[in-house]
Design a protein around this ligand. Structure first.
Ligand code: GUN
Ligand code: ZN
Length: 678
């Protein structure tokens, strides 16, 4: 029984809700580590003053001190900490590693039983932490030992939720093996362990590698915890990789040694003349005043600062996921330390994994941050879709218009667009060539074509990729010649080293461009149907392109922008277009037509009998009641929801991927927009 539900996705990140007996928390979340006896800040203040939702404490420490143990057994860990919100407990694994304690110091079964006895919300197994300096063989043994203990522990977890830690050191294959094995067991949370030494050595790139390796095999309906990750400069990137839980002992450890956590790194109080922070502590004092405090008072002040900064960054991360802007936040953070930038580069090398999970149909703006931007999931997917699905493959002339994608995009080439509208695709295909790649005119309003904001000059990597993308597109079209409309844009120079053996005519004005085109041959060209066909195939593939040819079909568009507003048949609307995404959303009638035209199965979600009426009435399609969904269905697609007899119940946008719909038993699978009864 999973307790996790997804509200929104961005990259591999999830905005979620996790339910415990002591309340539901929003993820990604950060749990401050509290010491059962010597916590300088009362745990309840962590909620009331700093806005945290859950804390983590250590069951091994509680169990090793008689006064903690007695109280925890009598009053539960909540009584011991005088805390009414959710509590996670760790097992002592880290203490064994840190203090190099002997193997027999903690009994892996007894520590599970103890965590149950003190009624923690989430307990943790006694996993085997691999020291960073040991070889592969030892790490392999640690992975196996962790798994042996995991199997024993999960069987006795009872009512308690239990975290099963993935180990494997820096070895990606061992991380995969560990995640695969752990992922098959009935854990409620999957921590990624053994990363503290990597963090201390600034080996962030390794953290990215091992996290991605583990994420490949962990079940999506359980939160992933990046164990010991408490530095706010890492939160955005780790969340983007799909980490949902974080814990921080850093806030206290760093404070004790006079260090302040910032989202841009760490600073030492001894080096400061100014306090570079807007938290209440830093706003009400000065660096000199802080230095003049006693060690204990200073530590407490820095702890508070560290908590404010960490909590704020986690809120920023959650907002960024909701906005589809987490990639940008991670890219900005990566600029504050070369090791973080290296980690970002490792992530971009593995962009396929992020793109798989990133939802389709976002509406957010995409700001250029550097060479990684053009590789972003939204942009890569746009390019791949055009290659796979753009319906026009043969033409006489390809017109290439370099552009930086300024909005409104089409206004910058309105004369050429006007001319292209008179022609069939066989006569001319118009391609805008931007730093993000190629945008066929028909898809000019589709996200992210108009949402990419690039500067007037971009880095060489971006241009190299743009050139490759242009060649990819030209490769899929059979054409006679290119007319290149020269103008000021970073992509303009690429005409000089395109390296293809087709005739390229350079022009410098719109009228000259038009004069290079052949005479208009086609009659009765309906440009709006050309656009509609391109949109239909972009969204649902070639099966449904003939919908554009239905007799009596009308495309109603905005005269000023050329954007489709809606599509009707006999005055009944079948599709509307979301202005911010440029994508079609079928009405109920539109859904029926898509079914009739045999839309690919991947866009169909089948509900169980009991839930069918709810969807027909316009309620969300809940994951728990999804009977069938394709593993090829990506989150964010426009889908049809049907019953077991293949009758349409409604249309809407998938919140989860098809595989997630089948795995999750909480939360919404499809946000239904139009339904049978209204
Ligand atoms: N705290 C920090 N790292 C770890 C880890 O790898 N395992 C456990 N159980 N706790 C940790
Ligand atoms: Zn501060």
């Amino acid at each position: 029984m999973a307790n996790f539900e997804i509200k929104a996705k961005d990259g591999l990140a999830r905005l979620g809700r996790f339910s415990t007996k002591h309340g539901t928390v929003k993820t990604p979340l950060l749990m401050p580590v509290v010491h059962p006896g010597k916590s300088m800040i009362p745990p309840r203040d962590l909620v009331d003053v700093f806005g945290f939702q859950m804390v983590i404490t250590n069951s091994y420490i509680i169990n090793s001190h008689e006064r903690f143990r007695e109280k925890a057994i009598a009053e539960g860990v909540h009584g011991l900490l005088e805390f009414t919100h959710p509590i996670m407990t760790d097992s002592g694994t880290f203490q064994m590693y840190f203090h190099d304690l002997p193997e027999e110091e903690i009994d892996p079964i007894a520590i599970i039983e103890f965590q149950k006895k003190i009624k923690t919300d989430i307990g943790t197994i006694l996993d085997a932490f691999s020291r960073p300096d040991v070889g592969r063989e030892q790490v392999e043994k640690d992975v196996d030992l962790s798994f042996e203990r995991a199997k024993m522990s999960v069987g006795i977890k009872g009512e308690m939720m239990l975290a099963g830690t993935v180990q494997g050191g820096i070895f990606e294959d061992l991380r995969e093996r560990s995640a695969q094995a752990m992922g098959r067991l009935d854990f409620d949370v999957f921590p990624i362990g053994g990363v503290v030494p990597m963090m201390e050595m600034y080996r962030y790139a390794d953290i990215v590698r091992v996290t991605l390796a583990a994420k490949k095999h962990l079940p999506p309906d359980r939160p992933v915890h990046l164990f010991g990750c408490g530095h706010p400069m890492l939160f955005a990137q780790a969340a983007l990789l799909g980490c949902d839980f974080f814990d921080s002992a850093s806030y206290a450890k760093f404070a004790d040694s006079g260090r302040m956590l910032l989202t841009s790194g760490t600073v030492h109080l001894k080096d400061l003349t100014e306090l570079p922070c807007e938290c209440p502590i830093c706003s009400n004092t000065t660096a000199d005043e802080l230095r003049s405090l006693s060690q204990e008072e200073r530590s407490l002040a820095l702890m508070r600062h560290n908590l404010y900064v960490s909590a704020a960054e986690m809120r920023r991360v959650r907002q960024a996921i909701a906005d589809g802007k987490l990639f940008e936040l991670a890219a900005v953070r990566a600029r504050s330390h070369p090791s973080l930038l290296e980690a970002l580069q490792v992530m971009t090398e593995n962009m396929k994994q992020l793109t798989e999970s990133d939802p389709f149909g976002k509406s957010s703006s995409i700001f250029y941050t550097g060479p990684e931007t053009a590789l972003r999931p939204e942009i890569s997917r746009f390019h791949e879709r055009v290659i796979d699905r753009y319906p026009f493959r043969t033409t006489d002339t390809v017109i290439i218009v370099p552009d930086i994608g300024e909005r409104p995009f089409s206004d910058t080439a309105s004369t050429i667009i006007e001319e292209v509208r008179k022609r069939s695709p066989e006569e001319a295909i118009l391609l805008f060539f931007t730093p993000m790649g190629v945008i066929p005119w028909e898809c000019e309003h589709v996200h992210p074509a108009q949402q990419c904001i690039f500067p007037k000059t971009v880095d060489p990597d971006t241009l190299t990729l743009a050139r490759k993308r242009l060649l990819d597109i030209l490769d899929m079209i059979s054409f006679n010649k290119i007319v290149w409309f020269e103008r000021e844009s970073p992509t303009n120079q690429i005409v000089n080293n395109l390296g293809i053996d087709k005739k390229i005519t350079n022009t410098t004005s719109a009228s000259e461009t038009i004069s290079k085109l052949a005479e208009v041959k086609a009659e009765n060209v309906k440009w709006h149907l050309r656009k509609l066909k391109a949109l239909l195939t972009y969204q649902w593939g070639g099966n449904v392109e003939d919908i554009a040819a239905i007799e009596g079909l009308q495309v109603v568009f905005s005269r000023s922008t050329g954007k489709i507003r809606h599509v009707t048949i006999e005055d009944e609307i079948i599709f509307t277009v979301v202005p911010t995404t440029g994508l079609l959303t079928p009405t109920f009638r539109g859904g029926e037509i898509l079914l009739q035209y045999k839309i690919d199965d991947r866009f169909i979600v089948t509900m169980e009998r009991d839930a069918a009426e709810f969807v027909a009435d316009g309620k969300s399609a809940l994951a728990k009641f999804v009977m069938n969904a394709s593993s090829k269905l990506k989150a964010g697609e426009e889908v049809l929801v049907i019953d077991e007899h293949h009758q349409l119940l409604g249309t809407g946008r998938a919140l989860l991927s098809g595989s997630e719909m089948l795995i999750f038993d909480r939360g919404v699978a499809v946000n239904v927009r139009h339904s049978k009864h209204g």
